[in-house]
Design a protein around this ligand. Sequence first.
Ligand code: CO
Length: 134
Amino acid sequence: MIGRLNHVAIAVPDLDQAANSYRDIFGANVSPPETLPEHGVTIVFVTLPNTKVELMTPLDAASPITNFLDRNPSGGIHHICYEVDDINAAAETLQDSGARVLGDGEPKIGAHGKPVLFLHPKDFNGTLIELEQI
Ligand code: CO
């Protein structure tokens, strides 16, 4: 079902500091910040030769990653995203397997304009997994 690793998302308390570290210390290609009000985050993308790292910080206290940063004040890996060809087929396979899809189980348009699903971390080794149809 899953294909390439699309991105690893890291929640950070200070986006400028994190972006500067990746740019200035690692010498990575870092995008300008992009605010995604409907997802409650501001992000930058770090483009690597084989995948991307998404650095994200909450827009406000209501952000879905505010609680995560309360528990992990210096930041941490929030989720990893695998590519799938057919998100609806993936949803069906997951439902049949008993794995829990977060929310109502239907694909939603994710932070990058593509259909996504999030899977319960307890079903996948404590890792929040995003599936994205590319
Ligand atoms: Co993501």
